[in-house]
Design a protein around this ligand. Structure first.
Ligand SMILES: Cc1cc2nc3c(=O)[nH]c(=O)nc-3n(C[C@H](O)[C@H](O)[C@H](O)COP(=O)(O)OP(=O)(O)OC[C@H]3O[C@@H](n4cnc5c(N)ncnc54)[C@H](O)[C@@H]3O)c2cc1C
Length: 487
């Protein structure tokens, strides 16, 4: 350890002003570390919730859990609140913590290079900064994935990715096509079917759907939460425990909890889809929760509406009038939405990151993204990721994940601040050992039971945390000294 032993003033760059960037700024401020700038390529706070504005967008984790633990609110309208309300929540929290003046909006960080113990940053606007510590809060589901279907540019109507919704396009009375059957598509189908003339859902893979009730939060209940905020804290904590059960179920494909989830999905399909032929076309050929589980209060009702059509024939190509399927049928459309997800492995890209001795992130991640505990990359000292590669993703609150990760990172930052060391990064052996254990554990999870999903990497290994959530909580308590190199 080669720190001076003298406390040191640290300057930080936080990249990204979404949920994790806001969290980082608040936590640094609370720790008295106020010399930081947040860089955000968008024009507002909110990240995911700024970018996704499609009809029907909602959290599929209860709102009282999908909230910062230090900024619980009695005001959520629903148990699972809609996207615009979540966006307003993040903007309000950022305002309350006076973060507006700390952020450079519309300025993308293009390059970070570690030179003589500090990170030199360059932005798209030509701004330069030199900092001691970088916190990359650049998001997971951020870069839209476009399907490889011929002819999209020939389409005569309006088309866009679900995360780039064009609100100028008239939907009233339109014939709309949606490609994809993930959570986004399912939410859109429920929200749009009553508004449009005709809705065609192009399904490559059927999905299991867990039923959901989404009650409004009554005024009396909100009043009670306002009067007794400890009730909110208790609710947050009990929801966290309950979702822990779900997180544990998916990492043990044979667990009783997993069997309960499967049974609930099967019953939902059997009891709520009347037409046996449609029911079979909606029946997946793999186990529930193998793909990210869909939770919906209205999908089966919506897809059985008279103006809705489930298209299971594969798409041949897109033509000016609509979508032609392999059976030769033309599905005429005015609007086409690509609900085809994101490049979940595009962490931090296309930002250029250069660590010690000229090692680039492209070289380090030539095979695929990797990091010790999703947080730290060997030879990229004083550079920490939130919601980085192979971390917990799934049907639980990523806010909770980021909060735990930040507490862990903060302990490393404290070593830098106290002068115990000047540079800290995970060791290569710690990362390799962690990755080997992770790959082994992943073999027992439900994600490898025979489906294609965005969780799987190029080897077919789920790029996720494969252990119970309690183990994640325990791991995040404190960095293991031997896992880090301190210089
Ligand atoms: C449709 C949808 C629904 C979801 N629903 C849920 C849910 O129900 N529950 C749940 O837990 N999670 C959900 N998620 C996941 C969601 O992404 C996370 O919960 C959370 O919002 C991620 O926050 P983040 O700050 O890590 O990343 P993001 O929200 O993606 O924010 C990253 C920010 O970094 C900025 N950025 C990236 N690169 C740069 C750069 N080089 N320079 C400057 N700025 C940069 C981006 O513009 C963005 O604003 C959902 C995601 C999507 C897409």
């Amino acid at each position: 350890m080669s720190g001076s032993g003298e406390p040191r003033a640290l300057r930080f760059a936080i990249i990204g002003a979404g949920m994790a960037g806001i969290l980082s700024a608040i936590k640094l401020t609370e720790a008295g570390l106020t010399d930081f700038t947040i860089y955000e390529k968008g024009d507002r706070f909110g990240g995911t919730w700024r970018e996704n504005t499609y009809p029907g967008l909602a959290c599929d984790v209860p709102s009282h859990l999908y909230s910062y633990s230090f900024a619980l609110t009695p005001e959520w309208s629903h148990q699972f609140s809609p996207g615009p309300e979540i966006q307003r929540y993040f903007e309000r929290v950022a305002r309350e913590y006076d973060l507006e003046r700390r952020v450079r909006f519309d300025d993308e960080v293009k390059r970070c290079e570690f030179v003589d113990g500090r990170w030199q940053l360059e932005t798209a606007a030509g701004h330069r900064d030199e900092v001691d510590v970088v916190i990359a809060a650049t998001g997971v589901l951020h870069h839209p994935r476009f399907p490889d279907i011929e002819g999209i540019d020939d389409f005569a109507g309006a088309w866009f990715h679900s995360s780039r919704w064009d609100h100028d396009v008239e939907l009233e009375g339109a014939r709309i096509g949606i490609i994809g059957t993930g959570s986004t598509a399912v939410q859109m189908v429920g929200a749009l079917v009553d508004q449009v003339a005709h809705l065609s859902l192009f399904q490559r893979t059927a999905q299991w759907v867990l039923p959901q009730v989404n009650p409004t939060i009554s005024d009396e209940q909100k009043e009670a939460y306002r009067d007794e905020p400890e009730q909110l804290a208790e609710l947050h904590s009990s929801l966290s425990q309950a979702f822990g059960v779900f997180a544990n179920a998916v990492v043990d494909a044979e667990s009783p909890e997993m069997q309960w989830i499967e049974a609930a999905c099967r019953t939902n399909l059997e009891e709520n889809v009347a037409d046996p032929e449609l029911r079979e076309r909606l029946r997946p050929e793999y186990r529930a929760a193998c793909k990210r589980l869909i939770i919906s209060p209205n999908f089966y009702d919506a897809i059985q509406a008279p103006n809705a059509e489930l298209v299971t024939e594969a798409i041949e190509r897109i033509v000016p009038e609509g979508v032609r399927t392999k059976d030769g049928e033309l599905h005429e459309l005015d609007v086409l939405v690509l609900a085809t997800g994101f490049h979940a492995d595009a962490f931090m890209r296309p930002m250029e990151v250069i660590g010690r001795d000229g090692l680039t992130l492209e070289q380090e991640w030539a095979e695929r993204p990797n990091a010790y505990l999703s947080i730290s990359i060997p030879d990229f000292p004083n550079f920490f990721m939130l919601n980085g590669p192979n971390g917990p993703v799934g049907n639980f609150s990523l806010i909770e994940v980021a909060e735990l990760q930040f507490e862990y990172v903060m302990q490393l930052i404290e070593r830098l601040r106290s002068g115990k060391c000047r540079e800290v990064a995970a060791t290569r052996s710690a990362m390799e050992k962690f990755e080997a254990a992770r790959v082994e554990a992943a073999k027992k999870t439900v994600w490898v039971t025979g489906c294609r999903s965005w969780y799987l990497d190029d080897r077919g290994i789920p790029a996720t945390w494969p252990w119970p959530f309690d183990r994640f909580r325990a791991e995040m308590q404190a960095p293991k000294p031997e896992a880090f190199e301190y210089r």
